[in-house]
Design a protein around this ligand. Structure first.
Ligand SMILES: O=C(O)c1cc(=O)[nH]c(=O)n1[C@@H]1O[C@H](COP(=O)(O)O)[C@@H](O)[C@H]1O
Length: 232
């Protein structure tokens, strides 16, 4: 069972150090655009030097050449996982994956399908999609698989369908995790850790329910035990 991935959505490396300093174990953490853009590559090197596994979540989405050249640079960073937006298309994804793995053959490269903050109404009325949200997730997941990537980011709600239609070994990395006592914040398609396990998610990504908790270590261990199925 993989550890819950903790989203380090902080502004400064000081805050990261303060947060990680509370833990006396190695973690799987995620650095997203907020921390990366404000603090840069050194944050990645420092966190890796502390012994934590790292998902670098930059959700790249640009023309294939730009994304491939960026991914080649990220491949040299010794991280465990990176991602792109599946809406960048199959050529962008294929080249991103190859460029990353040329330098990091053991790394995992995945693509974001529909964000967990997206709902059916947005898909239909804002994005003017002719297909449902679930069909869109499945379509983007199929495109991701064809492009040779390892898996997708989706809501846990879509994990069963993705595994059934695309393949059991195709990885689902799933944010939008909340327990009943948590606020939803800006997440729409939310699921509890134990439900995510039942739905077959391969990884869960959890931010504010841990980072904003008055006791982050306790919150992490509670979520981890629910995810691993020890608390039932
Ligand atoms: O790619 C992601 O990690 C991601 C995709 C998505 O669809 N939804 C989503 O919430 N995320 C990220 O997962 C984390 C969730 O954080 P919390 O809502 O605080 O648990 C954030 O860092 C988001 O950027």
């Amino acid at each position: 069972m993989t550890k819950p991935i903790i989203a380090l959505d902080f502004n400064t490396f000081d805050e990261v150090q303060k947060f990680l300093g509370q833990f006396d174990e190695s973690l799987y953490v995620k650095v997203g655009m907020e921390l990366y853009m404000l603090e840069g590559r050194n944050v990645i090197k420092e966190i890796r030097a502390m012994g934590h596994d790292l998902f670098l979540d930059l959700k790249l989405h640009d023309i294939p050449n730009t994304v491939a050249r960026t991914m080649a640079g990220l491949g040299k960073l010794d991280v465990q996982m990176v991602n792109v937006h599946a809406r960048g298309g199959s050529e962008m994804m294929r080249r991103a994956n190859l460029a990353f793995k040329e330098h990091n053959p053991d790394g995992i490269c995945i693509a974001v399908t529909e964000l967990t903050s997206t709902n059916e109404n947005m898909v239909k009325n804002e994005l003017r999609s002719e297909i449902s949200l679930e069909e869109s997730v499945l379509n983007l997941a199929a495109l991701t698989k064809q492009a040779g990537l390892d898996g997708v980011v989706s809501s846990p709600l879509e994990s069963p369908l993705i595994h059934k239609k695309i393949g059991e070994n195709f990885v689902t990395v799933t944010p939008g995790i909340r327990m009943s006592e948590n606020r939803n914040d800006d997440q729409v398609r939310i699921v509890t850790p134990e439900h995510a396990r039942e739905l077959g998610s391969n990884y869960i990504v959890v931010g504010r329910p841990i980072t904003q908790s008055h006791n982050p270590v306790e919150a992490y261990h509670h979520i981890k035990s629910l995810w691993e199925g020890h608390n039932e």
